[in-house]
Ligand binder design. Structure first.
Ligand SMILES: NC(=O)NCCC[C@H](N)C(=O)O
Length: 278
């Protein structure tokens, strides 16, 4: 497969975005607390920023499915294969037919997980950017641990399972972000001891960028990495200088309207060219 030089990123406009139910701690106290004007403005800024480093492809939003703007959760892309999500909560399950139809229409091969396994796509499954065919998978809140061996078999990849321990960091992409050349941004306290040991075993100390709680709560790990660019909601001066020291350029885009729903930059995107590295 020929790898594209300009990555394609799937985004879905927040036309119908709102907080209308509570399925994670961030949503508590924010029901009907967002406005279309603010969310559209912040999403436009993210789209424009990403457009300078990638081609943004847009999926039409569907009325009645307010979290569909978080395209990371549609499923997992690997080469031309798409593994659709099976959402844990009924509040999001209605997104599934729209996502499946979009990927079918765009020529992806649809590969199914076994029935009854919850899996929330690239919210919980993130490819390493240093080691080919290595997938990090979070479980414990949304995705089932049973998705890990199934994905390993279906995609012929190594899957490293990480148990998430803090309900505020309910998807792996809220507390862990593989970056170019194997650098890894993560919030250690979001993981159980075995998961932390696994991270430390597979990511060399010089490539681990552990964030403090204040950065984690600002969704700094929920970053979009395109080459040497890291796009995120906010980074402290300390985190910014550590990322710059590792050769990354940090771009902040305020996304607080989406944080009321428990998501930020990475959740609002899905990379459509996930290299198979084979
Ligand atoms: N972390 C992500 O990948 N996506 C954010 C999803 C937010 C949505 N309100 C949810 O709880 O599923």
């Amino acid at each position: 497969m020929i790898e594209r030089t300009v990555p394609r990123i799937l985004m879905c406009a927040p036309t119908f975005f709102e907080v209308s139910y509570v399925i994670n701690p961030w949503m508590t106290g924010h029901v009907h607390d967002t406005t279309l004007e603010r969310s559209q403005r912040q999403w436009d800024a993210l789209r424009d920023t990403i457009s300078r480093h990638a081609d943004v492809v847009q999926q039409p939003p569907a009325e009645g499915w307010p979290d569909m703007t978080f395209t990371a959760n549609a499923g997992l892309v690997f080469g031309n294969t798409f593994v659709p999500s099976h959402f844990r909560y009924a509040e999001r399950q209605g997104e599934e037919p729209y996502d499946r139809a979009w990927f079918e229409r765009h020529g992806f091969d649809i590969v199914e997980l076994p029935g009854g396994v919850f899996f929330e796509g690239a919210g919980d499954a993130l490819f390493d950017r240093g080691v080919a065919r290595r997938l990090w998978m979070g479980h414990g809140h949304r995705s089932d641990v049973a998705a890990a061996p199934a994905l390993a078999r279906l995609l012929d990849v190594e899957v490293l399972s990480l148990k998430l321990a803090d309900p505020r960091f309910y998807h792996l992409d809220t507390c862990f972000c593989p970056l170019a050349d194997g650098y890894t941004l993560y919030f250690p306290a979001a993981f159980d001891a075995a998961a932390l040991a696994l991270i430390e075993q597979h990511v060399p100390p010089g490539q681990r960028i552990a964030v403090h709680e204040h950065d984690a709560l600002d969704f700094a790990c929920n970053a979009v990495n395109l080459g040497r660019v890291v796009i995120l909601n906010r980074a402290s001066a300390d985190l910014r200088s550590r990322l710059e020291g590792a050769g990354f350029m940090v771009i902040e885009v305020a996304l607080d309207e989406f944080m009321k729903s428990g998501g930020a930059a990475k959740c609002l995107t899905l990379k459509l060219d996930e290299a198979t590295g084979a």
